[in-house]
Design a protein around this ligand. Structure first.
Ligand code: HAM
Length: 423
């Protein structure tokens, strides 16, 4: 029986990989311009990291993690996101002693056992940044403007970020009382998970996806209206600076984010064009996370973008991605001696940066030409015993149809010139 890829995973095939490279390269380019450096973290971590970091009352930790015991009996989890792993690395590698702020970016796969639908997978890809060490609104603005510039650079139009502040633990404790008072008379109409959340972490109720709970909560008081004056000042500064930089944003008091570590500024980029899984990017400040993972108190802020959702959004906006360039040359061969000669020639061209295909199927010349056409090769040269003998061969420009007799010795120079003119 054919073994298929597990549900919620997919192969990224050669005919679409250029779109992935395009966004990944743009992202690392923009991150570098902002002075962010790449970090690579393990695909799996100790389960406790996510329980502590992401929060054990979140959907991710309660329902969605791929957790197993390894052969040494340790509980291991495939990363459901990147922030917790990067924070672990910050602490473990003593990055607190590096010049601050520490600015990191990553390109990772992540794993969540979710109901699969358009834009929601069990293995997905995130581009993200994390900035450690600055509590200032300037850090929020740096991260948000990086996101903005990246989305703009890949051609996303009508770009507006949704922004909120969810305060700090002390203003949230006050809000929790108000929230509990609002929820109490409605509690028996909420789902079982929310009843549990009411005891353990009432804020998570605002994140429930059950329609019944959403209906019950439609008049819920907003956390933004309850934040303390320090948090409100911080948020005012973020808004003022974004406004002064001409970065468009909308205040969305409903954003609470689905992970426990957030404090103060939270933000999302939501698309209306790609269906119910429209949140392309989410992020925010997490000033208590490093401490709760065992480090000394250090502020942090970051975001992650889902590459699959970003590509869906680019499709829906009709954004063209440059196609990969065609092979520079196809070398056709006739006969054993010519084949040996062509193999050497191909190696020389390739070592000099030319994209070169040659027949390795033992096809007839006619079939080789058909294949060269399918490859969309820009130039074709056919080498047989006569060509090896005379050192001359016909070079055909496949777009103009023009054929020229050339010295094979001059092929490399000609190809380099041809590339310059046609690139
Ligand atoms: P998140 O909102 O859970 O945040 O995920 C960020 C993005 O990952 C989402 O906006 C979405 O594009 C993508 N994503 C999440 N789950 C799936 C899925 N099942 N299928 C496809 N795409 C998905 C975080 O992960 C935080 N670590 C972001 C962050 C970084 N906050 C601060 N720093």
């Amino acid at each position: 029986m054919l073994i298929k890829a597990p549900k919620g995973t997919r192969d990224i095939l050669p005919d679409e990989i250029h779109r992935w490279h395009y966004v990944e390269d743009k992202f690392s380019d923009i991150c570098s311009r902002f002075g962010f450096q790449e970090i690579r973290i393990p695909l799996f971590e100790h389960t406790e990291l996510f329980q502590r970091g992401v929060g054990d009352t979140t959907d991710i930790v309660q329902k969605e993690m791929y957790t197993f015991n390894d052969k040494g009996g340790r509980s291991i989890t495939l990363r459901p996101e990147g922030t917790a792993g990067v924070v672990r690395s910050y602490i473990e590698n003593g990055m607190a002693s590096w010049p601050q702020p520490v600015k990191l970016f990553y390109n990772i796969t992540a794993y969540r056992y979710e109901n699969v639908q358009k834009g929601r997978y069990r293995e997905f890809h995130q581009l993200g940044v994390e900035l450690f060490g600055s509590p200032e609104a300037d850090a929020d603005v740096e991260v948000i403007s990086l996101l903005y510039l990246f989305l703009e650079s890949i051609g996303i139009r009508e770009l507006s970020l949704n922004l909120n502040s969810i305060g700090c633990p002390s203003c949230r404790a006050d809000y929790n009382k108000t929230l509990k008072a609002f929820i109490e008379p409605r509690l028996n109409r909420l789902c079982e998970d929310c009843i549990d959340r009411y005891q353990r972490n009432p804020l998570r109720i605002l994140d429930c996806k059950e329609q019944g709970c959403i209906n019950e909560l439609k008049d819920v008081p907003y956390l933004l209206d309850y934040i303390c004056s320090d948090c409100a000042d911080h948020f005012e500064k973020v808004k003022e600076k974004l406004y002064a930089m001409g970065i468009p944003f909308t205040i969305d008091k409903k954003i609470v984010r689905g992970l426990d570590y957030y404090t103060r500024t939270v933000f999302e980029f939501v698309s209306k064009n790609i269906g119910s899984q429209g949140t392309v990017c989410g992020g925010g400040r997490y000033d208590g996370l490093i401490e709760s993972c065992g480090g000394s108190p250090t502020p942090g802020i970051g975001f992650a973008l889902g590459i699959e959702r970003l590509l869906l959004e680019m499709d829906s906006q009709g954004i063209d991605v440059p196609l990969p360039s065609s092979p520079d040359i196809f070398i056709g061969v006739i006969g054993y001696k010519a084949n040996l000669f062509a193999e050497n020639l191909a190696l020389k061209l390739r070592s000099d940066g030319i994209t070169c295909h040659k027949d390795i199927m033992g096809r007839s010349v006619k079939a080789q030409m058909k294949y060269a056409n399918k490859l969309n090769a820009r130039l074709v040269v056919v080498i047989g015993d006569d060509e090896v003998e005379s050192g001359k061969a016909e070079l055909k420009d496949m777009s103009s149809g023009e054929v020229r007799m050339i010295n094979i010795d001059t092929l490399l120079d000609r190809l380099k010139k041809f590339k310059q003119v046609n690139s």
